[in-house]
Design a protein around this ligand. Structure first.
Ligand code: DAH
Length: 343
C-alpha cells in the first residue's frame, strides 16, 4: 500500500510539473484527486489494510493528497501568471508607432487670391455683385458701348449660344447690370468677381475660361485721380508695400480715357538678373481700366453731367501667377496635389 501511494505521488508530481497549460493541469487534477481518480481508488483499498496499520496509511494518504493539492495550486498560479504575460505581450500597444496622417484639404490658389482681392475692396466699402455667366449680347457688348458691328468685338472671340446669347467674355456686363439695378442712383462702389469665357487656345498663358474681378465706382466728382489712387492702394495691399504701378494709355469702348495698368515685378523688384516672372522687364500687366464713358452712364440711366465714375477689370489668374511666381496657367486646372499643396 505504502509503495502504491508513493508511486502515485511521484506520478502526480511529474505530471503536474509537465502540464503545459491550465487545461492539462485540470486533467491531471481529475486524474488523481477526482471522484473516480487514483486517490479515491487507493482509499477504497483501505479495507484490506490491517486495523493497526490504518492510521499510519491514512496519514500517508492525507499527506499525499495535501502535497498534490498544493503542487496543483502552485502550478495553477504559475500557469495563470504565464498566460497573463502572454496576453500582455500579444496585446501590447506600441505607443511609439507614428500616427496615421490625415490629409487635409486646402483652398485653391485662385480661391485664396479671390478671397484676398474681395477682402481688400470690402474694407474700402465696396459691395460684391454677381451676374450670369450665360449673358445677353446686350449686357456683354451693347450696354458697354460696343454696338453690333463694332470692330472691338473681334478682340474677344466669343462662345455664342444663339445670336443674342453668349458666355460672357468679361465681367464688365455686371457694371451695366448694377447700374440698372440702382436705377440711376449714385453712389455705386462695387466689385464683381467671376468666370469669363473666350475662344482662346489653352496654353501657358491662355485658357478658354478664366477669372476676372470687375470694379465700378460712380458718384459725384469721381476723377481719374481716384482711379489711380485706388489702383495704387490695391497693388500695395495685394503685392506688398514696395509695389508700384505704371499706367499705359489704351482703348476700351466703355471708358474714356482708357488705360492698362502694370505692377512692378514683386519677385525681382525691377532688378532683373534673369527674372522668370517679368523676363527682366520689371513690369507686369494686370488690368484694364478707365473713366466710365458718358454713353455707358447714360445707357444705364445715369446723368453724365451730374455723376462720373471709374472702372477696371482685373485678371485673377494673372495676379495670382505674379504673386506666387507660377509660370504656367494650366497648373490651376490640372488638380495636381503636388502643385496645390504649396499654397
Ligand atoms: N473687360 C476688359 C477685358 O476683359 C477689361 C476692362 C478694361 C474692364 C477697362 C474695365 C475697364 O472695367 O474699364 O479686357
Amino acid at each position: 500500500m505504502e509503495q502504491k501511494i508513493a508511486e502515485m505521488r511521484a506520478a502526480a508530481t511529474a505530471e503536474i510539473s509537465s502540464s503545459a497549460d491550465l487545461k492539462a493541469l485540470d486533467a491531471v487534477r481529475v486524474k488523481f484527486l477526482g471522484k473516480k481518480g487514483a486517490l479515491t481508488s487507493l482509499l477504497r483499498g483501505m479495507n484490506q489494510v490491517s486495523a493497526e496499520e490504518r492510521p499510519k496509511i491514512g496519514k500517508i494518504v492525507n499527506e499525499a493528497r495535501a502535497e498534490i493539492e498544493s503542487l496543483i495550486a502552485a502550478k495553477n498560479s504559475e500557469l495563470k501568471a504565464a498566460a497573463l504575460q502572454d496576453k500582455l505581450a500579444s496585446e501590447k500597444i506600441d505607443v511609439t508607432l507614428p500616427g496615421r496622417k490625415i490629409h487635409r484639404g486646402r483652398l485653391h490658389p485662385l480661391t485664396l487670391t479671390l478671397n484676398r482681392i474681395k477682402e481688400i475692396f470690402i474694407q474700402m466699402g465696396y459691395s460684391v455683385e454677381t451676374g450670369p455667366e450665360v449673358e445677353t449680347d446686350y449686357f456683354n457688348f451693347e450696354a458697354l458701348n460696343l454696338p453690333k458691328d463694332h470692330p472691338a468685338r473681334d478682340t474677344q472671340d466669343s462662345f455664342y449660344i444663339t445670336e443674342e446669347i453668349l458666355l460672357r467674355t468679361q465681367t464688365s456686363p455686371v457694371q451695366a447690370r448694377t447700374m440698372q439695378k440702382h436705377t440711376g442712383n449714385a453712389p455705386i462702389r462695387m466689385i464683381a468677381p467671376g468666370r469669363v469665357y473666350r475662344r482662346d487656345d489653352f496654353d501657358a498663358s491662355h485658357a478658354p475660361m478664366f477669372h476676372q474681378v470687375e470694379a465700378l465706382v460712380i458718384d459725384r466728382g469721381i476723377t481719374f485721380g481716384d482711379l489711380i489712387g485706388t489702383l495704387d492702394f490695391f497693388c500695395k495691399q495685394f503685392f506688398g508695400e514696395k509695389a508700384n504701378i505704371r499706367l499705359r494709355p489704351s482703348f476700351f469702348p466703355f471708358v474714356e480715357p482708357g488705360l492698362e495698368c502694370d505692377v512692378s515685378c514683386p519677385i525681382c523688384h525691377g532688378h532683373g538678373g534673369g527674372c522668370k516672372v517679368c523676363h527682366d522687364s520689371g513690369w507686369l500687366e494686370i488690368l484694364g481700366a478707365g473713366v466710365v464713358h458718358p454713353k455707358v452712364l447714360e445707357m444705364s440711366g445715369y446723368d453724365s453731367s451730374v455723376v462720373s465714375g471709374f472702372a477696371f477689370g482685373l485678371g485673377v489668374e494673372r495676379v495670382c501667377m505674379i504673386k506666387y511666381a507660377i509660370d504656367d496657367l494650366r497648373l490651376f486646372f490640372e488638380n495636381d496635389l503636388r502643385f496645390l499643396n504649396q499654397f
